[in-house]
Design a binder for this molecule. Structure first.
Ligand SMILES: [Zn+2]
Length: 71
């Protein structure tokens, strides 16, 4: 779990990368290059360069919003 949390030196908040499709924390960096990084979600198999980075304290809120978008 802690693997997914990192400190943002700019504002001092703990942040996590989450999947924009399902809100999962299981985001893996799979490639990088000129086009930018590519991530893959282990939970929904989303692959793309767009992921969400949210403050840890807002994590639940974002995950709820992603869930609500689906329903
Ligand atoms: Zn996902």
């Amino acid at each position: 779990m802690n693997n997914y949390i990192y400190m943002d030196n700019l504002d001092g908040y703990k942040k996590v990368k989450i999947c924009p499709q399902c809100g999962s924390l299981k985001i893996n960096w799979i490639a990088g290059g000129i086009a930018g990084p590519v991530y893959k979600c282990d939970d929904c198999n989303y692959v793309g360069s767009f992921i969400l980075e949210v403050n840890l304290k807002d994590l639940k809120k974002f995950q709820d919003e992603i869930k609500n978008d689906k329903d």
